[in-house]
Design a protein. Structure first.
Length: 286
């Protein structure tokens, strides 16, 4: 199973017989963190114009003069409001991206936006305290490109200034297997840190990402079996078994319905996924 997982403790050998329950320790539940959705609203700029890329009420940032334009379509704030076809999760992501772009290019008219403005915007976002990675930057660019592509199709601008922007490509981390050597090194370092700070919470030390050889670690079949045997009495044991046996995504497993399950034939149909949207939940078609 892939993920930011940790191997079973050294004191517990992975069971060779799946009928024997293991006593694997150091297995954490999945978790994630979300950011509240940005507040949206149509803002009117100095002079009563609304033909800007988002923007804050009033004047442009100090030292920068807004370019005047005959186009009045607000992009991308009003563009998002005019996209009822978007899924709730996509809409929330777009809203967060727009909130990041508004303070930086919101004072620029749509037909006055240049590639240099976009380059400067992404440089400012990259230097922000949150330090977004290449993957996040690519998603922000995708949001901007989608909005500007609509503007091109509507004849508001002749070309998309974000289409030729060069950015650092997204490089997904290479998964690493929890070999015996890596497992031993992990627990040795864990013990060393606990010796240095005996009052530390062992679980918090265990969750420290710096203990792992890489951001994506993969269990061996034996380690997966140890986890499943240890979790056999958990209320989600059946879902854990399904995930391990089928490779389904968590959202797919959470959205699995009784009518999608045929135990006689041994077939599961993925028709709905369940995703987190802010602090609420929503189901959607797969």
């Amino acid at each position: 199973m892939a993920g930011n997982s940790v191997p079973a403790a050294q004191s517990c050998a992975a069971p060779t017989d799946r009928g024997t329950r293991g006593t694997a320790t150091g297995i954490s539940p999945w978790s994630y963190q979300t950011t509240p959705a940005a507040t949206q609203g149509r803002v009117r700029h100095a002079g009563g114009r609304t033909g800007r890329l988002g923007g804050r009420q009033g004047q442009a940032p100090e030292g920068r003069r807004p370019r005047q334009s005959a186009h009045s379509r607000p992009v991308p704030a009003d563009w998002l409001a005019g996209r009822p076809d978007l899924k709730a999760s996509t809409r929330r992501s777009y809203a967060l991206h727009i909130a990041a772009m508004e303070p930086l290019v919101g004072h620029i008219d749509l037909d006055g936006l240049r590639a240099a403005d976009i380059t400067s915007m992404f440089a400012a976002i990259a230097a922000s305290p949150t330090h977004p990675g290449p993957a996040t930057m690519q998603r922000v660019r995708a949001t901007l490109r989608a909005a500007l592509n609509d503007a091109v199709r509507d004849g508001l601008i002749p070309f998309n200034p974000a289409s030729r922007l060069r950015m650092t490509p997204e490089r997904r981390p290479r998964p690493l297997v929890w070999t015996q050597e890596r497992t031993a090194a992990f627990w040795t370092e864990h013990a060393r840190r606990m010796t240095e700070n005996p009052s530390a919470d062992p679980f918090k030390v265990w969750r420290d990402a710096s203990l792992r050889p890489g951001p994506v670690m993969v269990w061996t079949p034996e380690q997966t079996g140890a986890f499943l045997d240890h979790a056999a009495g958990d209320r989600l044991a059946a879902m854990f078994e399904t995930l391990a046996a089928t490779g389904m995504r968590r959202a797919e497993a959470c959205g699995l319905r009784r009518e999608d399950t045929d135990l006689d034939v041994g077939v599961l149909t993925v028709s709905v996924t369940r995703v987190q949207i802010g602090w609420g939940r929503a189901g959607r078609d797969a």
